[in-house]
Design a protein around this ligand. Sequence first.
Ligand code: SDX
Length: 374
Amino acid sequence: PTAAKPNKGGLEGIVAATTAISLVDGTAGRLIYRGYNIHDLARTCTYEEVVHLLWFGHLPTQTELSALHEKFVAERTLPDFVVQTIRELPTTTEPMDVLRTAVSAWGAVSVSGKPTIEQAIAATARFPLILAAFNRFRQGKEMLESRPELGHAANYLYLLTGELPKEEHVRGLNTYLVLLADHGMNASTFTARIVASTESDIVSSLVAALGALKGPLHGGAPSKVQDMLHEIGSVDKAEAWIREAITHGGRLMGFGHRVYKTTDPRAEELREMARVADPEDFKLSGYVEQKALALLDEMKPGRKLYTNVEYYSAALMKAVGLSGDLFTPTFAVSRCAGWTAHILEQVNNNRLIRPEAEYTGPQSATFVPLTERK
Ligand code: SDX
């Protein structure tokens, strides 16, 4: 099918694959995972329930959920060479780069062949452990053992801090992990599917996806939202700062989306949670959001630039105690479920993904040997 509007490149409007995992309806501002509306899932499900839904296509019974939890618990270990790899990295290393490196090391020794659900479970269980181990090492502390009774969100917070997390922090992070778990054919998921389509291994797909997610146009935006709010500093400075940024062609982090041409439904959920989690902080972030939307509408008329998931992700992750350099890695902790679901879907009915390109170079250059070139 051709693009619905003039093709600006970037595969805008191009259908690159069929999937039964999730649908992003950018006109209606609707996101569904396997038919379920994200608002219902975000307000009622644990992350592990949603992972089961993404992988197996249905919400689990209590028996199925307990079985999946046990499988996650059994995989909550890091091989010694992975721990060693993490320890070898300078403590100043970006946690997103630590995650990409440690996952790659794990794959180098322990993973090969056609992607399997067991590998998906192992990867999803290990992303939080890698980040938590590094966070402890850079604080000069020993890494901790997981607590089998804790769910994904609670165990991650516990491993990061060494303290049993507050219930509201677990609830906040769990909802964040549910909201970010999958999102159609976004850049990092498409990257994972391209690598899977060559019949490469699951870790090669995940390392490629981590590389794509790191970019500020995709998953790298949350910490930059926090930087923006910090630079603005107070409501009276908001208008001038935003106007200046847009005038100079800057992109306001947390706004705009390739698909959503209305508010991102995930931003609606996160806005309410941010408002409750830290009312004081919300006075600025809420005001800046309204001012940014008004100025984007005034200065970029017709572009349909609305709040996306990243804008309030920063506020929520800060409220549950994560440092800014753990925001994007925590996005990866969540999206590992979606990436692995898409990798398994790709390999179960595979065809090599290999699009065309529009060649704009010369057609017939005359060859001149090196000795005769002037
Ligand atoms: C995620 O794809 C997904 O599903 C991703 C994601 C997921 O869950 O996987 O939803 C997660 O990545 C959310 C997006 C996080 N990124 C940011 O918040 C960074 C800021 N946003 C932009 O960079 C931008 O909106 C993109 C990259 C997200 C989308 O940009 P497009 O679709 O490529 O749009 P474009 O660059 O063609 O922009 C169209 C116009 C341009 O103006 P003109 O050239 O027409 O004058 O809109 C302007 C852009 O300058 N514009 C912005 C803007 N985003 C677009 N202007 C100011 N601020 C912005 N944020």
